[in-house]
Write a protein that binds this ligand. Structure first.
Ligand SMILES: [Zn+2]
Length: 162
């Protein structure tokens, strides 16, 4: 499991090699993404707090990158951080997210990006829950929840099929 020192090491030296990379010209990104997605994912913007799709959503499933479809986070790792954005304890795999120092807005933060297509996801902070203390503060705009059919709510009054 990742710890804050691992994150610092990745941001300082180099990130884990992804299985593949998606690189495409800005025009292709503009054609693929909505203006709101483009502003967050390619221009490192931030969506409004609370008024975003997944802030209060706890449906079971896996969150994929809106840019390339890579799997990034699982709903089991999501928790309520009262930050206004979806928050995760850790990514789905060690190499799913890449990190960089971000000194914008007079803050010193660590940016989280998709390791495959380099789309901006949000930031990582070290005030998350025990035992690892990480908080991935992620823009809903950058991710898409693929709901897990196996965990879909069952309706006790519906007779089993067949
Ligand atoms: Zn991606």
């Amino acid at each position: 499991m990742l710890r804050w020192l691992d994150i610092l090491r990745y941001a300082t030296y180099s990130n884990p090699e992804p299985d593949w990379r998606l690189e495409q010209p800005e025009e292709a990104w503009k054609a693929q993404l909505t203006p709101a997605q483009y502003a967050v994912m390619r221009e490192k913007g931030t969506e409004p707090p609370y008024r975003n799709t997944y802030c209060r959503s706890y449906a079971p499933g896996t969150y994929a990158c809106r840019g390339c479809g890579s799997l990034l986070f699982q709903s089991e790792a999501k928790y309520h951080a009262i930050s206004g954005w979806p928050s995760f304890r850790h990514p789905i795999t060690k190499g799913a997210v890449k990190y960089a120092f971000d000194k914008s807005h007079r803050m010193s933060r660590i940016e989280a990006m998709c390791n495959v297509c380099s789309s901006h996801l949000g930031h990582v902070f070290q005030d998350g829950p025990a035992p690892f203390g990480l908080r991935y503060c992620i823009n809903s705009t950058s991710i898409l929840l693929l709901e897990d059919a196996a965990h879909a709510p069952t309706h006790p009054n519906t007779p089993p099929e067949g």
